[in-house]
Design a protein around this ligand. Structure first.
Ligand code: E4P
Length: 218
């Protein structure tokens, strides 16, 4: 499973990259705003800065909601760097745009996916990634992980190449459960990745090993 970090915070992206397990980054307009990145030039420079830190795919979301606007914006974003993936909303024009970019060999990530039917449409359009938001489904008492399982089954039934990018991951157990189901990628906060490190028996065991070594090497 690929690990993407879901943030526009450069320090957190650097920390995840330094851990050696990062495969890419997802951003969205809310995450950019959270870092105070506003204005076209600043946003473009920020995407370039992210691409300079990581080796993998970097999702950059269009703001336009009409087909022509998405194509114009998406082409500008894709031209910024070879790692940029054009992120498109799951609306009719977004699906059309995914087909357009897919035909041109430009990578896409169809976002704001909340049903298996939406994921199927994105796959039919040739999207590189489809992003089901599991945390936001959990927030409204709907099983987000079940959606990942449904999409996995559908994509496997027909051999769709579109990768399932489990998004809106909130914590470490989401990561583990997505891996068990077979999501191709997960995107979550740095804490969801670092949480995988933790086990008290590791800490206790290491402390004992070091203490025993110290006793024998005084
Ligand atoms: C996906 O690409 C989105 O940026 C993201 O995962 C949304 O997560 P949230 O529900 O925590 O905002």
């Amino acid at each position: 499973m690929k690990f993407f970090i879901d943030t526009a915070n450069l320090d957190q992206i650097r920390e995840a990259q330094a851990l050696g397990v990062l495969d890419g980054v997802t951003t969205n307009p809310s995450l950019m705003a959270k870092e105070g990145i506003t204005g076209k030039e600043n946003i473009i420079n920020h995407y370039k800065a992210i691409c300079d830190i990581v080796d993998g795919d970097v999702s950059a979301e269009v703001i336009a909601t009409d087909f022509e606007g998405m194509i114009k914006e998406g082409e500008e974003l894709a031209a910024l760097h070879e790692q940029i993936v054009v992120k498109l909303p799951m609306i009719a024009d977004g699906v059309k745009a995914a087909k357009y970019f897919s035909d041109k060999g430009i990578k896409t990530n169809v976002t704001l996916v909340f049903s298996a039917g939406q994921a199927l449409l994105a796959a039919k359009a040739g999207a590189t990634y489809v992003s089901p938001f599991i945390g936001r489904l959990d927030d409204i008492s709907t099983d987000g992980l079940n959606l990942i399982a449904e999409i996995r089954q559908i994509f496997d039934n027909y051999g769709f190449k579109t990768e399932i990018l489990a998004a809106s991951v909130r914590h470490t157990m989401h990561v583990i459960d997505c891996a068990k189901i077979g999501a191709d990628v997960m995107t979550g906060p740095l804490s969801s990745i670092k949480g995988l490190l933790k086990h008290p028996l590791t800490d206790i065991g290491l402390e004992k090993f070091l203490a025993d070594y110290a006793k024998g090497n005084e």
